[in-house]
Design a protein around this ligand. Sequence first.
Ligand SMILES: Cc1ncc(COP(=O)(O)O)c(C=O)c1O
Length: 404
Amino acid sequence: MQIENLIYLDYNATTPCDPAVVEAMLPWFYQNPGNAASRSHPFGWKAREAVDQARTQVAALLDAEESEIVFTSGATESNNLALKGVFEMYGRKGKHIITVKTEHKAVLDAADRIEKRGGEVTYLDVDKNGLINLEELNNAIRPDTILVSVMWANNETGVIQPITEIGEICDKHGTLFFCDATQAVGKIPVNPRKAGVHLLACSAHKMYGPKGVGALYVSRRAPRVKVTAQLDGGGHENDMRSGTLNVPGIVGFGKAAEIAGQKMEPEFKRLQKLRDKLESTLTRSLEEVFVNGQIAPRLAHVSNITFRFVEAEGLMNTFNQEIAVSTGSACSSATLEPSHVLNAMGLTDDQARSTIRFSLGRFTTEKDIDRVIEAVNAGVRKLRELSPVWELFKDGVDVDAINH
Ligand SMILES: Cc1ncc(COP(=O)(O)O)c(C=O)c1O
């Protein structure tokens, strides 16, 4: 995918809609404009059928039942509904929630809100590879813990948490387990029931579907989970999410889920090769370059690379707007705050600010990667030539000691 010669390597921020998704959505804007909740005429019935089909497609990708899929406006809403909805529904049982310092802001800020409403939140650390310590999790669970919230794969690094093991620990303690699987669904097999996950968030626009539509999986059996609705209204989606259903968006989501199921395995292999080429070439040809989370289990298409003594923003400027990458998650890259994910993994602010996230996807070619390697190589060399700190470092000065 290219916009006027621009290489897009920011698939974790959002993915383009697959053309087949757009095609599936089109009739639902004008030819079939019905409200899926209208019971009295064919426009409504047809819209309902289309939503039902999409629900089946999304459920199939998660190996779930249709009744376990609650459509939302995206993963931000799904995360909020899971955390706040569980907190309200199970508040009498306890007020303690456990999450992780590297979660997406939509989880961390929802947890922060819960603290303001009288809840207590424990934030687990991660090691230098971005992984939580299972023993720490086990020890953090208390009799009043009602929810453990751990993401499947990190949006900045692609690091995959040991979800099944976390599920077993939650099961042992009888605690609900919510997983923000926004970056994992459609990229690797995600089966919440098998993994012991009771609630799971995903989003269409991270898997070649449209923006503004997502889902929350809510287990209906063993255990039957309920969340308190966060929007009051007509009681759609089993009383868990009111609001007229976004029929074109949901149809697109369904199609995207179907395609993802078919392409997941070959795409994983293809992108892993390209990602490995990017990483191995850059780490071989440049000094002081580190891949964050490299030895942890990772998504195949994500690469988070620190180029020491180079400001990531400056490096991106050397690309002459020909390469779209990101310095962190899309939500925090508007601020110049260093990434909370990289900080939690032990990187200093300087190192975090010297880091770029490359996220590849369905339309990335080997030629794109070759061009990116060339541009990064040239950019890093150019900036280091101009950098007095780099010169000091090369002269053997302990620059970290000077900085701190
Ligand atoms: C891990 C994760 N969770 C949640 C979200 C929010 O998703 P949405 O854009 O659908 O609200 C994102 C997207 O940036 C994400 O990467």
